[in-house]
Design a protein around this ligand. Structure first.
Ligand code: NAD
Ligand code: UDP
Length: 319
């Protein structure tokens, strides 16, 4: 069957990453049904699709059971709060998105005989003792810390996905997403990319947590979406890291944002939140060999596009 005859369901479709994934799937000729309850997403992210007959949207909390009409070939379970300030504010919704909602999406996949992909995260590695992180590493997660509602929900999501694969023979995929950025992130979602860019563009000091020596590795969203789509079409069932291995300290990231925005670096140092991982960089050998995938967008190119997007958002909110 060609892609133009296939249908994908995307939970969390009005979110940052899922809305880009939907654009990619529609671009390949699939029909897409998106579900979202807008808990952290934004209708603006999918408003450009409103008139497309191959796209439909259902407003629904996927932690409650759901169904869609007609045949389904792929299910992408992307719904979950994803920013530390979001999931700390709504821990119970976050736990349900990883648990009940994953069950509901897996049950739909069983009923429809569809293949299933769950958006997991580098947070399953916690504050890692192994660097860079390989999929074989089991992680170092605080099960009762403030991030545990997210980390443990995602670990559970992986466990239940593997159980459906083993018990029912369901065709399942697990992508472990590392810090991804780009247009359509929420300006106020608290993650470091929108936080620093928003502050730089509005003439405010950048709120750096701790001494800024902790590292992250930032992946541009189009690269991630390419990896997710390749994984969905593969026949590999164990977790696969998708991210960009280009690692930097948060202090270096602040300096880069100041340079790209043409401002002087001014920092407002705040305490480091508990359990904030000190080092994070994906080992992407598995994705490279299995999927022939690796990021192609440089940091400079991706960050320029993202700053341009946020310039528009800041200008619109200033009116
Ligand atoms: P996002 O908040 O922009 O998108 C998530 C979407 O899910 C939002 O539109 C939200 O309203 C929706 N949602 C949440 N709970 C829901 C529910 N119960 N029912 C219906 N919709 C619900 O975040 P994002 O960064 O685009 O993340 C998308 C997925 O990728 C998440 O599962 C996240 O955990 C995962 N992920 C993202 C990153 C990243 O760096 N962006 C890193 C690791 C994992
Ligand atoms: N961070 C920061 N200032 C901010 C927001 C985040 O210094 O205003 C730091 C945060 O402590 C972490 C890193 O930037 O070390 C990445 O944070 P983010 O919330 O983007 O993602 P995550 O911690 O989930 O990787």
């Amino acid at each position: 069957m060609s892609n133009s005859q296939k249908t994908a369901v995307v939970t969390g479709g009005a979110g940052f990453v899922p809305s880009h994934l939907i654009d990619r799937l529609l671009g390949d000729g699939l029909k897409v049904v998106a579900l979202d309850n807008f808990v952290t997403g934004n209708a603006r992210n999918i408003e450009h699709l409103a008139q497309r007959p191959e796209f439909s949207f259902i407003e629904h909390d996927v932690s409650e059971p759901f169904d869609v009409d007609g045949p389904v070939d792929y299910i992408f379970h992307m719904a979950s709060p994803a920013s530390p300030i979001d999931y700390v504010q709504i821990p119970l919704e976050t736990l349900k998105a990883g648990s009940y909602a994953t069950h509901n999406a897996l049950d739909l996949a069983l009923r429809k005989k569809a293949s299933f992909l769950v958006a997991s995260t580098s947070e399953v590695y916690g504050d890692p003792e192994l660097h860079p992180q390989q999929e074989s590493y089991w992680g170092n997660v605080n099960p009762i810390g403030i991030r545990s509602c997210y980390d443990e929900a995602k670990r559970y999501a992986e466990a239940v996905t593997m159980a459906y694969h083993r018990a029912h023979g369901l065709d399942t995929k697990i992508v472990r997403i590392f810090n991804t950025y780009g247009p359509r992130m929420r300006l106020d979602d608290g993650r470091v990319v929108p936080a620093f860019i928003g502050q730089a563009l509005q003439g405010e000091p950048m709120t750096i947590f701790g001494d800024g020596s902790q590292t992250r590795s930032f992946c541009y969203v189009s690269d991630l979406v390419e990896g997710i789509w390749k994984l969905a079409q593969s026949d590999f069932h164990e977790p696969v890291n998708c991210g960009n291995p280009h690692e930097m300290t948060i202090r270096e990231f602040a300096e880069a944002i100041a340079r790209h925005c043409g401002i002087e670096l001014v920092l407002d140092q705040r305490p480091l939140p508990p359990d904030d991982p000190k080092l994070r960089r994906p080992d992407i050998s598995r994705a490279k060999s299995l999927l022939a995938w690796e990021p192609v967008v440089s940091f400079d190119e991706g960050i320029k596009k993202t700053i341009d997007y946020f310039r528009g958002i800041v200008a619109a909110t200033a009116i």
